[in-house]
Design a protein around this ligand. Structure first.
Ligand SMILES: NC(=O)C1=CN([C@@H]2O[C@H](COP(=O)(O)OP(=O)(O)OC[C@H]3O[C@@H](n4cnc5c(N)ncnc54)[C@H](OP(=O)(O)O)[C@@H]3O)[C@@H](O)[C@H]2O)C=CC1
Ligand SMILES: O=C1OC[C@@H](O)[C@H](O)[C@H]1O
Length: 401
């Protein structure tokens, strides 16, 4: 279903770009280089960049020059490169977006930083926490921006959700349950099934953990109470699905929060071969002292979302939504005016913050390196608790070979 959402995002952004005029590009705009010709590129970076006055589609790299040339022609990049390193050797490029398989994020993000480029790196940030530490350290040393592309966190709806929880209007957070599944499942041969490329549902569907950590933010992960993987039949090291129970501690009063996380790259259909679970979008439910709060489609709220709040005492439910402005962006002046635009995708809001950060300005919201490290530490801990190996670093695999 997530693939369907991506296609829908692509279509939505395409229509939006026809309906809304392309802005005049600043002659001093940041020159963007894209590493890989991944299928996510149009939705995650190319269309958002098209509508951003301060970003210029400069170059795209592929392991195959012909593939790079085709992509450059299709999306109007000025240049195409037949290797990722060639792109990094171009001194004109200011910012780099990395959409390689997970296991290559660290290598190319580190090489980009060493080449003096700011980095927007796809999720999950790295293969493991050790790599995340090293990358964050490197970015600090070089005084460059290096961000994990957790686009959903930039959307106004995410901040409405957080404000509802943080206000404590409904009491403390007691329990959370986050889900991300694929039904129809991820196709065979996909990068997500490959252990060496840091595949697995906990890695790919890292959103469920991200929703959770966002909801309980500030709380410390105390322990993994339980983690059970359903292994992939062709490689037992890859978690086709993962069920985990995490325990967080809220430092303000020491109360405990139990968090269920369920990811599944091959979710059983509702009716076999007839009806996949297309309605089961990545979402999170939060129980507080007084209410049950549910954020439906937290991953791609720009397409559709709601936040429902059901009062435990009265049983009454009220619904909220936020497509622009709101607690985070409401007072912010953006390249789309005050509060952003209602048709902006999560990726467009993300790019807005990323470019402002690169420009050294204050941004309405940011994902720190420490945040990405904590996220990777939690993933490592889940793998260990489930008895599976932490995803390997490519460099360590090369040494073993
Ligand atoms: N933010 C979001 O919403 C999404 C993020 N993602 C993330 O983006 C990344 C890419 O995902 P996705 O678009 O599905 O990936 P794809 O499989 O479509 O693309 C991956 C690209 O990586 C390059 N590549 C380099 N080495 C390999 C290799 N050994 N095997 C396969 N490809 C290789 C290829 O580009 P080339 O041939 O040009 O070198 C390929 O096109 C992942 O990290 C994923 O987690 C994915 C989907 C959504
Ligand atoms: O980031 C993602 O979002 C959408 C999903 O289809 C995909 O598996 C994942 O990589």
């Amino acid at each position: 279903m997530a693939l369907v959402l991506q296609a829908y995002t692509f279509a939505q952004q395409y229509v939006a770009s026809c309906l809304h005029p392309t802005p005049t590009k600043s002659p001093m705009g940041l020159k963007l280089g894209v590493i890989s010709t991944a299928q996510i590129n149009p939705a995650a970076i190319i269309h958002p960049a098209e509508t951003h006055p301060d970003v210029i589609l400069h170059g795209i790299a592929s392991r195959d020059i012909n593939v790079a040339k085709q992509a450059a022609q299709k999306y109007h990049f000025k240049k195409a490169y037949g290797s990722y390193q060639d792109l990094l050797d171009d001194p004109d490029i200011d910012i780099v977006y990395i959409s390689t398989p997970n296991g290559m994020h660290y290598e190319w993000a580190a090489k980009s930083l060493k080449a003096g480029k700011h980095v927007l790196c796809e999720k999950p940030f790295t293969s493991n926490a050790d790599e995340a530490h090293r990358l964050v350290e490197l970015a600090k040393e070089r005084n460059l921006v290096c961000e994990e592309a957790f686009h959903w966190q930039f959307h106004p709806a995410a901040h409405l959700f957080r404000e509802i929880l943080d206000s404590r209007k409904h009491g403390r957070v007691l329990r959370t349950s986050a889900v991300m599944t694929a039904s129809p499942g991820v196709p065979d041969g996909d990068i997500r099934w490959q252990y060496e490329l840091a595949g697995g549902s906990s890695m790919d569907m890292t959103y469920a953990l991200s929703f959770t950590r966002f909801a309980v933010h500030g709380s410390n992960l105390k322990e993994i109470q339980s983690a059970v993987a359903r292994p992939y039949a062709h490689d037992m090291r890859v978690d086709e699905a993962m069920h985990s129970l995490l325990l967080f501690e809220d430092p303000s009063d020491g109360h405990l929060i139990q968090s269920r996380i369920y990811t599944d790259m091959a979710r059983q259909w509702a009716i076999k071969k007839i009806l996949p679970r297309i309605w089961e979008l990545p979402s999170i439910e939060v129980e507080t002292d007084k209410a049950i709060i549910y954020f439906y489609n937290a991953m791609m709220p720009h397409l559709y979302h709601y936040i429902s709040i059901t009062d435990k005492m009265t049983g009454k439910t009220k619904y909220e939504k936020q497509y622009q402005g709101g607690p985070c962006w409401g007072e912010a002046w953006t390249t789309g005016g005050k509060g952003g635009k209602s048709y902006w995708s999560t990726y467009r809001y993300q790019l807005e913050a990323f470019t402002e950060k690169v420009r050294g300005k204050n941004v309405p919201y940011w994902i720190s390196g420490e945040e990405s490290i904590a996220q990777m530490e939690a993933i490592d801990a889940i793998y260990k608790a489930a008895g599976l190996p932490v995803r390997p670093s490519l460099a360590s695999l090369a040494t073993k070979a």
